[in-house]
Every structure is written in structure tokens, then in C-alpha cells.
Design a protein around this ligand. Structure first.
Ligand SMILES: Cc1cc2nc3c(=O)[nH]c(=O)nc-3n(C[C@H](O)[C@H](O)[C@H](O)COP(=O)(O)O)c2cc1C
Length: 165
């Protein structure tokens, strides 16, 4: 079982549905999941490391913290408004995040030159903070993928062994 924080960047709400579909599947797979529709770094860090501490008290084995980034891109390759503060706080964060694994789901539209740029940039930022990407970056193209919620759930199930880190 992993302790999973789903961090959502969405302007118009579509990505929230994808994130909630992922949450449903992860719960079915018996993971401990928190979803953040208004991501706050200090709350996410607190959830990430407190679940680890509680687990340490009751057992020798550790729950591995996992962050799932699920974000659309807006403007010309910009972050959605609701995730901008999280990104800024992360950029300024000095905490050791090297025990945090992550994976990224980018939602975008390939008619833009800046296809899924917010997700790409956030992935790079997490890597620069020492976080480990455990599943290759996944994108959904809203000009082609007609049911991204269903596709995201299939993708989670396909990678379920990698999530139980
Ligand atoms: C004004 C506007 C700008 C957009 N800019 C981009 C972009 O730069 N790159 C991209 O991949 N998609 C872009 N998109 C497509 C959105 O990412 C896509 O519609 C997505 O599904 C929106 O998700 P949301 O409902 O969670 O905000 C843009 C959409 C709008 C309406």
C-alpha cells in the first residue's frame, strides 16, 4: 500500500474528473489516497510525512509516499490558476523530498505548440527537488482522447505493480 497525494491543476474542471477517476481506482487497489483540488504544499507535505511516521510507530516497514500530479495546461503553456501557488512554494521549498516518488498525468490539447507544458514543467521541478519519477510521464490529448477518465483508470491498473513501491 502507498500513501498517495493526488495534486490537481485544473481551470475548467475537466482534470478534476480525471483525478477523481484515478482516486477511485487507487482506492479499489487499497491505497491510502488524499486528493488536493486546491493544492497547498504545507498540507501535502504534512500528509506525506505524517502517514509515514504513523506507520513507523506500528510497523518496521514504511509506507512509501507517492505524489500523483494531474494537471491541465492553460494560456500559452501556463499552469492553471489553482496550482500556481503550490508550484511557487515548491520552487522555494528547502525540505528534503528525495523519499517522495511521483508520476505525472498531463491533460492538454495537441493543437497547442505548448502541449501539456504545465505538466512537463512541474515534472522537471519535482525532479530538481530530488523526487523520483516511477512511471513514465502520461499525457491525454483532449482533441483525441474521448474518455480520459476511463483511459486514466486503465493506465493506473496497467501500472499498479509500480505504484506499490
Ligand atoms: C484558453 C486555453 C488555453 C489552453 N492552452 C493550452 C496549452 O498551452 N497547452 C495545452 O496542451 N492545452 C491547452 N489548452 C487545453 C486545455 O488544457 C484542455 O482543454 C484541458 O482539458 C482543460 O482542462 P481543465 O478543464 O482541467 O482546465 C488550453 C485551453 C484553453 C481554453
Amino acid at each position: 500500500m502507498s500513501s498517495i497525494q493526488i495534486i490537481v491543476g485544473s481551470m475548467l474542471g475537466g482534470t478534476e474528473y480525471v483525478a477523481e477517476a484515478c482516486e477511485e481506482t487507487l482506492n479499489e487497489l487499497d491505497h491510502n489516497v488524499d486528493i488536493h483540488l486546491k493544492p497547498d504544499l504545507s498540507c501535502i507535505i504534512s500528509n506525506t510525512f505524517s502517514s509515514n511516521n504513523e506507520q513507523k510507530k506500528s510497523s518496521d516497514s514504511q509506507i512509501k509516499p507517492l505524489w500523483i500530479i494531474c494537471t491541465s495546461t492553460h494560456g500559452a503553456g501556463d499552469y492553471p490558476d489553482n496550482i500556481k501557488e503550490f508550484v511557487s512554494d515548491l520552487g522555494n521549498c528547502d525540505q528534503d523530498l528525495s523519499t517522495v516518488s511521483f508520476l505525472t498525468i498531463g491533460i492538454g490539447d495537441s493543437s497547442y505548440d505548448t502541449f501539456c507544458k504545465a505538466a512537463v514543467d512541474l515534472s522537471k521541478l519535482l525532479k530538481s527537488k530530488g523526487c523520483i519519477e516511477i512511471v513514465p510521464f502520461k499525457t491525454f490529448d483532449m482533441s483525441e482522447d474521448i474518455d480520459p477518465e476511463d483511459l486514466a483508470q486503465q493506465w493506473i491498473r496497467t501500472n499498479k505493480d509500480l505504484l506499490s513501491i
